[in-house]
Design a protein around this ligand. Structure first.
Ligand SMILES: Nc1ncnc2c1ncn2[C@@H]1O[C@H](COP(=O)(O)OP(=O)(O)OP(=O)(O)O)[C@@H](O)[C@H]1O
Length: 275
């Protein structure tokens, strides 16, 4: 690979607006994720983090602006082109559903069998290598019913990286983990990013763990990008939204109540028989 390609950002959002139908969740979003970086996307509940992730994978189109992934406009990609771009990504959903009728090894082998024509010997080598990376080489033979919830997450992670993606997207990777698993998972994300020389995007609420490993943090709220910078610069920020989020303060610009909309008022009127 030449150095120009290596330094080209993996993901670029340029003045992007995202939403569903007429509803705009986020607008004016410009961001960049480079190879080798761990980037955290943070924000309160309902602020649009999952929506950002869906846009980066081409599951939803932007309402305006462009989203480039691996140099291609993902909003314009269809069919084979979209499949090719997605094959270069690993997505780890919160419910990284494993196949309960397959053992740990076969779960991780699944994408290799599905998308490549590598030999059985290579499958064994690659699967054991990825299980080793998540500390579960010796659990290869176990059934899914025989492993814990935390182990299942790591198996799902091994499966997400078995095709050696250039971009890994993690949806709430720390949710529901005990403090030890939390630290292990955070370090795993950092180490895998460095080892695979890929880019990682984390959608997360967890300030301490993500700040410990992220190179860059984007914070969304109030329908826009509120802050962007290194964990250190955000920690030093005096912005009221950033402070409320980082300090976990109940009072501040982040509203507890979901905002009232015409759609809600219409539903309520119908529900209570007023129209
Ligand atoms: N498929 C959908 N159709 C319509 N609206 C949606 C859809 N998915 C999400 N939304 C709305 O978009 C907004 C942002 O949701 P999103 O799931 O991106 O938030 P989030 O930041 O990931 O939240 P959380 O941290 O609670 O998971 C919310 O107001 C939500 O109601």
């Amino acid at each position: 690979m030449n150095s120009d390609l290596a330094s080209e950002p993996i993901v670029t959002f340029t003045d992007v607006a995202l939403g569903y139908g007429d509803f705009t969740v986020l607008q004016g979003i410009s961001l960049e994720v480079a190879r080798g970086q761990v980037v955290a996307m943070m924000g309160g509940s309902g602020s649009g983090k999952t929506t950002l992730l869906r846009a980066a994978t081409g599951q939803i189109a932007s309402q305006r602006g462009t989203i480039r992934v691996f140099g291609s406009d993902i909003g314009q990609a269809r069919g084979e082109k979209l499949r090719e771009l997605r094959q270069r990504m690993g997505v780890l959903f919160q419910q990284g559903a494993l196949f309960t009728d397959l053992n740990v090894f076969e779960n991780v082998a699944f994408p290799l069998r599905e998308h490549t024509r590598v030999s059985e010997g290579q499958i064994t080598e690659r699967v054991l290598d990825k299980l080793d990376a998540v500390g579960l080489r010796a659990a290869a033979h176990l059934k899914i019913s025989e492993i814990s919830g935390g182990m299942a997450r790591r198996v799902a992670l091994a499966r997400a990286i078995v095709l050696e993606p250039e971009l890994i997207l993690y949806d709430e990777p720390f949710a529901g983990l005990d403090p030890i698993s939390l630290g292990i998972t955070a370090q795993l994300i950092r180490n895998l990013t460095d080892r695979l020389k890929c880019a990682s995007i984390l959608i997360t609420h967890d300030v301490a763990e993500s700040f410990a490993i992220a190179d860059h943090v984007y914070m969304v709220g109030q329908g826009r990008l509120i802050a962007s910078g290194t964990p250190q610069s955000l920690s030093d920020s005096q912005d009221a939204y950033v402070r409320q989020f980082l300090d976990g303060a109940p009072d501040g610009p982040i509203a507890f109540n979901y905002p009232t909309s015409p759609a809600f008022t219409k539903w309520l009127d119908q529900h209570t028989g007023r129209s």
